[in-house]
Design a protein around this ligand. Structure first.
Ligand code: ADP
Ligand code: MG
Length: 370
């Protein structure tokens, strides 16, 4: 089932949690809602589920307006961060719950329920544990039971709100892989909330990046990571260095380095910030004409497979980081206080463009090097 969110606004008293949010979730996709705490992810999920009503806008399932439908009519599967299993019921009864509370007319027979619960236990790889109680399971197992319970009622789609958020890193990684496989097997539309960018990148077909009640960018993990639409998305997706410089008549200037760009729409000179990932920083012992800035190595950290250098740009005194492979680090043969040259490649600038037609500033990315 596809989900369409159209121009949704939601306020609590005088606080606007969602501002004119629109979103299309195609049938069968696994979509991640990614954003910092308080960006409105849970609110959006609750609106889609029918647990909240929007102030404005509408929600369509397969093109059909569901905005005013009751939560029960929407047939949504919901799993929250904190496992809401019934402690006094064993695993079998927890999973069967949504079926056993149905009215007699729509309730499946006992044998049918038993068969269904056992096939779900198999699906979430917990067969044999039907008679245990939630307290006798690990955190990861409990979340798999919560998923099986949500699936028992054959929902049209699944909404997962940081379902692995309370678990430790190793279990999270296992469950991610498992959820990915489950999605492939079932082909169900899944909307998955997380504040962990790695989780979103690893799991999702599409990532929706949210910030302060707005959608900042929607795209595949590849697009979001390699072509962030604005400084927020760039910074949220990983470590970042900022290089202060100027843009003048379409030329970017950073210290001694100067680059032509195709962006010549704004005349004059103004400050600009270049964004660069630490693993994209290229260091050498000799400068590359017109493309390097000089820096001093301030600290070296050996981090397993990579080496991180803390560097200080000598013209502006700005600190930045480089991540090198161990091999590259050995080749360079630098230590604290060594002088190196940074080749400015893989740099993104964002030029704010504000037009009367679009009163919110939008960003035009300028990319240098490849
Ligand atoms: P997220 O899930 O991304 O962390 P939420 O959707 O839970 O964010 O919350 C978004 C914002 O709305 C937060 O600032 C939160 O404090 C506020 N908010 C959420 N629910 C309520 C509520 N019932 N009453 C008042 N404010 C709320
Ligand atoms: Mg939340």
């Amino acid at each position: 089932m596809s989900i369409e969110v159209v121009n949704i606004t939601k306020t609590y008293k005088n606080f606007t949690a969602l501002k004119d949010v629109s979103l299309h979730i195609p049938e069968g996709e696994l979509v991640a809602l990614l954003g910092p705490s308080g960006s409105g992810k849970t609110t959006l999920l609750r609106l889609i589920a029918g647990l909240e009503q929007p102030d404005q806008g509408s929600i369509l399932f397969n093109g059909e307006d569901n905005t005013n439908r009751d939560v029960r009519e929407r047939q949504v599967g919901f799993v929250f961060q904190h496992y809401a299993l019934f402690r006094h019921m064993n695993i079998f009864d927890n999973i069967a719950f949504g079926l056993t509370v149905r009215s007699r007319k729509t309730r499946p027979g006992k044998a049918e329920i038993r068969e269904k619960v056992h096939s779900l236990l198999k699906l979430v790889q917990l067969d044999g544990l039907a008679h245990r109680y939630p307290s006798q399971l690990s955190g990861g197992q409990r979340q798999r039971v919560a998923l099986a319970r949500a699936l028992a009622v054959e929902p049209k789609f699944l909404l997962l709100d940081e379902p692995f958020g309370a678990l430790d890193t190793k279990v999270r990684q296992e469950l991610r892989r498992w959820l990915r496989q489950l999605h492939e097997k079932l082909g169900l539309t899944i909307l998955f909330v997380t504040h962990d960018q790695e989780e979103a990148m690893e799991l999702a077909d599409q990532v929706v990046v949210m910030n302060e009640g707005r959608v900042e960018q929607v795209g595949s993990p590849e697009v979001i990571y390699n072509h962030p639409a604005n400084p927020f998305v760039y910074s949220f997706l990983g470590r970042v260095n900022l290089f202060r410089g100027r843009i003048r008549d379409g030329k970017v200037q950073l210290g001694e380095a100067e680059f032509e760009t195709e962006w010549t729409h704004k005349a004059g000179e103004w400050p600009a910030i270049g964004y660069m990932r630490p693993h994209d920083v290229e260091l050498s012992l000799t400068p590359v004409e017109g493309q390097s800035v000089m820096a001093e190595v301030r600290h070296v950290s050996l981090l397993g497979p990579i080496v991180r250098l803390d560097l200080k740009r000598l013209d502006t005194q700005e600190m930045f980081e480089a991540e090198l492979t161990r091999q590259r680090y050995a080749e360079l043969d630098v230590e604290e206080k060594s002088i190196v040259y940074v080749t400015l490649r893989n740099l993104s600038f964002y030029v704010e463009s504000q037009t009367p037609a679009a009163p919110k500033p939008t960003f035009v990315p300028i990319h240098i090097g490849s």
